[in-house]
Design a protein around this ligand. Structure first.
Ligand code: SF4
Length: 475
């Protein structure tokens, strides 16, 4: 049989998908029902997109989606390891499934994603979580069918973690969470090695997808009803490095924006150290590209930025913001900020506050620094007193919230297009939409509008979101 198995991808995975499909189908005939799956996602948008690919493979081989993990025949945890305590939460949930497995002997439990790239976590599973059947990492999620086949035919615990990515496998199925919007990977991995971050160690070196693969994928999505695309990469600005064809991120944006039928284009995350004027120019000139930039600051102190290995100073960052705002005055800027990085003094923190006040972000994710073992920052001395951190965090949050409230207030009464993303779960008869600046608006409307872009009048600013009403002609 070995001779029949193709070596080339994606043919090899298509072969295993067909083999597993046969097994699942014959079992379903015996049992009278097809098995169910649940993919549980932790972490960032990259993981969310990976989970759509995992779900696509599972649907393709005959599984149907279950409501919750306890009732599913196959549960796959797609893990995140950015924060150290995330591991405890995961193992709690994995442990609980032991009981479910006692009731359902055919149940399959798998763990994949960033955490599985760490050898000590894999050891822990081998030793203490024998009921886990599948273990794989970030570089071979495309091999799910093959890994599952190995387990189904041997009944053994299958551990298949690759240290680095050998290729980018295209054209495998995926099952989207939303019909009208989708993430699309443009790069994988990261070369930046910010001193607090584990991502480059678990996601590997940066690789760019070929432009024609990205464009083909987006064209297919648009033909399937997708209106908004979010381009995904740890640092989208460095797109194109290492590709045969010479193409920059700005060039890619231009080519994607030409795709007919695509209405909105977003991207994340751009690293401030290499956001080019060319990208700013393309954003300015292209109506489809949302006028929103998530530009992680992390700290406003040049000394701390150096320790973080962010490769820009406070002045560089402010200069960049000035260039962006001059070119696109109505741009919405959001950010990430870490408080209490090792060695941060009150003076450093005041620099951060100064940048926040000068840039005037529409919103900011604020984090208290948490030590991540395996990163250079974890070995740094001068950890900051938790009381001081708490005090700084509260002051930062208050400043961010006050500015965001003032910013949103300015748009009260304006009419803006919103992509209707779903029903509002808390208010009967209300829908929730996303504005171009990524802020949320809630308004009354009929469910049939979900997935449409409608004009909404922003009646009342509520800090980070709005209450509004739909323009009469569209009700
Ligand atoms: S750019 Fe920095 S923070 Fe972002 S993934 Fe890479 S190393 Fe981590």
């Amino acid at each position: 049989m070995e001779n029949l198995i193709p070596n080339e991808e994606p043919l090899r995975q298509e072969y295993f998908m067909s083999e597993v499909n046969d097994i699942i189908h014959s079992r379903a005939m015996d049992k009278g029902a097809y098995p169910t799956y649940k993919v549980v996602t932790f972490g960032c948008q990259m993981n969310a997109r990976d989970s759509e690919k995992l779900s696509g493979i599972l649907s393709g081989i005959g599984y149907t989606e279950a409501e919750n993990e306890e009732d599913a025949d196959l549960v796959l945890f797609n893990t995140c390891t950015v924060r150290e305590n995330a591991n405890d939460r995961l193992y709690g949930r994995v442990g609980q499934l032991k009981k479910s497995k006692e009731k359902n002997h055919d149940m399959i439990v798998g763990i994949c994603g960033c955490m599985m790239q760490e050898a000590e976590e894999v050891e822990k599973i081998k030793k203490s979580y024998r009921h886990v059947d599948l273990v794989f990492g970030t570089h071979n999620i495309y091999k799910l069918a093959e890994i599952l086949f190995d387990h189904l035919t041997t009944k053994k615990q299958i551990i298949n973690v690759m240290e680095s990515a050998d290729m980018i496998v295209e054209k495998l199925p995926n099952k989207r969470q939303y019909a009208f919007k989708s993430g699309v990977n443009i790069t994988f991995g990261c070369n930046n090695f910010c001193s607090y971050c584990i991502v480059p160690y678990v996601r590997g070196r940066e690789r760019s997808r070929k432009p024609e693969e990205i464009i083909d994928e987006i064209k297919t999505l648009v033909a399937d009803g997708v209106k908004e695309i979010m381009l995904l990469g740890q640092n989208v600005n460095s797109y194109g490095r290492g590709l045969e064809e010479e193409i920059s991120f700005a060039g890619l944006l231009e080519r994607i924006a030409e795709i007919e039928g695509l209405e909105r284009l977003r991207f994340m995350t751009p690293h401030p150290k290499d956001l080019s004027d060319e990208v700013i120019e393309v954003m300015k000139n292209n109506k489809k590209i949302c006028k929103h930039l998530h530009l992680p600051l992390q700290s406003g102190s040049s000394a701390i930025l150096k320790k973080m290995n962010r490769v820009y100073t406070k002045e560089d960052y402010l200069n960049l913001v000035k260039r962006i705002k001059t070119a696109i005055p109505d741009i919405s800027l959001t950010t990430d900020i870490i408080v209490g990085f090792p060695g941060e003094t009150e003076g450093d923190f005041l620099d951060t506050l100064e940048v926040v006040k000068e840039v005037r972000y529409d919103s900011a994710f604020t984090f208290i620094y948490s030590k991540r073992s395996g990163t250079p920052a974890a070995k740094m001395e001068e950890q900051v007193d938790p009381k001081a951190i708490k005090d700084r965090f509260d002051r930062l949050l208050k400043t961010v919230q006050d500015i965001a409230a003032e910013n949103t207030k300015k748009n009260e009464g304006k009419c803006m297009p919103a992509l209707v993303e779903g029903k509002n779960e808390h208010m009967e008869g209300y829908l929730t939409g996303k504005l171009e600046n990524n802020l949320t608006v809630h308004f009354k409307g009929q469910e049939r509008l979900i997935g449409e872009i409608v004009d909404v009048i922003l009646d009342e600013a509520k800090g980070f979101y709005y209450m509004g009403h739909i323009k009469t002609s569209e009700v």
